[in-house]
Design a protein around this ligand. Structure first.
Ligand code: PXP
Length: 243
């Protein structure tokens, strides 16, 4: 049986922490939990507006080296310089628009070949680069031409269609794209919007070797952890008073 690598995106832990401008919940403690349960990578997206992960978070995750670090970032000069300073184990290039809630589509690699041809070599020499693309063979072919080691297939559309039980043709595109990656010698990762219900179909695709999952895993931790947390709190506040 193949074992798929799991990268957990901890951006939303940082969002909670930032709500109080404090250091709780702290990313390093969370990373240790992830390591203990067998997660393979920590994924963080350093956005232009630093809305969740901050530069120093990336530095300390890299320095503490609890798990290999996968840095998601836009293809900007600022991010490239930062990545070359930090040298994460992997770097996933994503499209980024300031006003979006999350990464809303794949990178248009084909239409940015000239720019990416200039942009990528320094990163390709220092780390494992993947490009976050829609499940489209032409985008995958363009990624291969740029010499990256992997693509991450955007599963957001599939995840949305899954809710409407109308996902079969999108799943087929993901399968065909994964097969194409294998045929041309590109590692195939996938991620976005995955959860307990929709991930099975994706995990059955042989060529997909890594998943990156964030929002669902961090959110579901509320449902498995809230009861225990409240119970502990109630024990503390209802402790018999010593006279
Ligand atoms: N992969 C990439 C490239 C992403 O941008 C994101 C979202 O930050 C994810 C995976 C994880 O998506 P989700 O939070 O929906 O699981």
């Amino acid at each position: 049986m193949k074992k798929i690598r799991l990268g957990v995106n901890i951006d939303h832990v940082a969002t909670l922490r930032n709500a109080r401008n404090d250091d709780f919940p702290d990313l390093l403690s969370v990373s240790k939990i992830l390591k203990n349960v067998g997660v393979n990578n920590i994924t963080v997206h350093l956005r232009e507006d630093r809305r969740h992960i901050k530069d120093d978070d990336v530095r300390s995750l890299k320095n503490e080296n609890i798990l290999p670090l996968n840095l998601e970032m836009a293809a900007t000069k600022e991010m490239k310089n930062f990545s070359l300073e930090i040298l994460p184990s992997a770097c996933c290039i994503v499209p980024e628009r300031r006003e979006e809630l999350t990464t809303e589509g794949g990178l248009d690699v084909r239409n940015q070949m000239n720019y990416l041809n200039e942009f990528l070599p320094a990163l390709n020499n220092k780390t494992q680069v993947s490009l976050f693309v829609d499940p489209d063979p032409d985008q995958i072919k363009a990624a291969k031409e740029l010499g990256v080691s992997a693509v991450e297939l955007h599963t957001g559309k599939y995840s949305n269609l899954f809710k409407k039980n109308n996902f079969h043709s999108e799943l087929e595109k993901i399968k065909k794209s994964a097969e194409y990656c294998s045929k041309i010698g590109l590692n195939c990762h996938a991620g976005h919007g995955l959860n307990f219900e929709n991930v099975k179909n994706i995990s059955l695709i042989d060529e997909i070797i890594e998943l990156n999952v964030g929002h669902f895993l961090i959110s579901n931790a509320i449902f498995v952890g809230l009861e225990k947390t409240i119970e502990k709190f109630m024990k503390i506040i209802n402790h018999p008073k010593s006279k």
